[in-house]
Design a protein around this ligand. Structure first.
Ligand SMILES: *Cc1c(COP(=O)(O)O)cnc(C)c1O
Length: 404
């Protein structure tokens, strides 16, 4: 049908042709962005402390990223992995050199990176003749994405309802409940998956003692440990990868969001023992590791690995956190605590988090929501001191609006 055929002359819902699974605010359309700011067509500017949910790590239209993408766009967009893609090989080598991993698989999103990891954990045991070891343990309040297996791994009933009717080989354990974890591990357990810092369920870093205990249990029972760093990885926590501050090494890790700076990319990293079992025919992706994504991923790493960048994420996060503590003291009836690491911050609200988010947006500060009645601050990692102070002052005037 042509556009005209559906245009009856009446006021039309411009979103009628979309599934209603998202409901963005009417009348707010951003046409361009620069650094930490987004602009509407009429020139209104908003301070972006959401970053497309931890995606635009270096803000909008960063010249180094724009150059990488446009230069590649005029040469070669797509090839398929049936041919070598040197930029993807280079990105893989850099990820391996800077992490626990020995090899990687490229996908296009976080969920796909998770899926690859879940398959690899099962494939690893199967390759040793232990096909019965297929069950994977996940934790409550987790989020691993929206495909069937990712839903099953997270075990969030509201997300699974109508979509995951039967047992897909996943077990759920209460977050940080070590006794429950021990009693759930069985002879058919393949591995354990957790977010190093939970994002959607509430900004909640796993405790050091729990993650170390999980690592020990994995070693004891021959299980694989997979960390989901789709949101908290790639600099967001103030380390390149959040697991680094825990004194452990995972066997598998999923990354996505921030790695592409806004261009879709996902990657599953693993040890040699796990990766080598994913031989020809076991897994694949048409678009994964395409030249555009690969050059942008490399350009993001150029910026991420610059001297001082990660330290600045830590100190900015520290400053943000201290300022939020002051706001908690000033508005104890509106907000109660601050959570997170680096520039992945959650503010637990006493008033409904949606009300805070909407009022902040009215005052031109964009933030996200998270579980446990939190609002989520995920500013660009290169946000300026001036913009941090502006965000704090918008939070200040907005929280004052909740005072009766
Ligand atoms: C966003 C997210 C995912 C899913 O990533 P998509 O790119 O939306 O598929 C998985 N795990 C975590 C922790 C996430 O935050």
């Amino acid at each position: 049908m042509s556009e005209n055929a559906v245009n009856t002359g009446q006021q039309e819902d411009p979103r009628a042709a979309l599934w209603p699974n998202y409901s963005p605010p009417d009348g707010l359309i951003f046409t361009h962005g620069k650094g930490s700011e987004l602009f509407t067509e009429s020139g209104d500017s908003y301070l972006d402390c959401l970053s497309g949910i931890a995606v635009t790590s270096f803000g909008h239209s960063h010249p180094h990223l724009v150059n990488a993408l446009t230069e590649q766009a005029s040469k070669l967009w797509h090839l398929s992995n049936v041919f070598r893609i040197p930029a993807a090989e280079q990105l893989a080598r850099r990820l391996v050199a800077n992490s626990f991993a020995d090899s990687v698989f490229f996908a296009n999103s976080g969920t796909e990176a998770i899926e690859a990891g879940l398959k690899a954990m099962r494939g690893f045991h199967a390759a040793q003749g232990n096909e019965e070891r297929f069950r994977i343990i996940g934790f409550t309040e987790s989020f691993h994405g929206r495909t069937i297996a990712a839903l099953a791994a997270a075990g969030n009933n509201s997300h699974m309802q109508n979509f995951v009717p039967t047992d897909y080989g996943f077990d759920q354990v209460e977050w940080e409940n070590l006794d429950a974890l021990k009693s759930t591990i069985g002879s058919n357990t393949a591995g354990i998956v957790l977010e190093t810092i939970q994002g959607e369920g509430g900004i909640r870093p796993v405790s050091k003692s729990f993650l170390q205990a999980v690592r020990n249990l994995c070693d004891e029972h021959g299980l694989l440990l997979m960390v989901d760093e789709v949101q908290c990885g790639v600099g967001r926590s103030g380390n390149l990868f959040a697991y680094e501050s825990y004194g452990i090494r995972p066997d598998v890790m999923a990354l996505a969001k921030g790695l592409g700076g806004g261009f879709p990319i996902g990657v599953c990293l693993s040890t040699q023992e796990v990766g080598q079992t994913m031989v020809v025919g076991t897994h694949g992706s048409t678009f994964g590791g395409n030249p555009l994504a690969a050059v942008v991923g490399n350009a993001v790493l150029d910026l991420m690995l610059e001297d001082g960048l990660l330290d600045s994420v830590k100190s900015k996060g520290q400053f943000f956190g201290e300022k939020i503590e002051q706001l908690i003291a000033k508005y104890p009836d509106a907000i109660e605590s601050v959570h997170g690491q680096g520039l992945m911050l959650g503010i637990k609200c006493k008033v409904p988090n949606t009300d805070v988010l909407v009022k902040l947006r009215d005052n031109k500060l964009l933030v996200g929501k998270s579980g446990s009645n939190m609002i989520r601050l995920l500013p660009p990692l290169n946000i300026s001191q001036e913009h941090i102070e502006k965000a704090i002052s918008i939070l200040d005037v907005t929280l004052a609006e909740f005072k009766e």
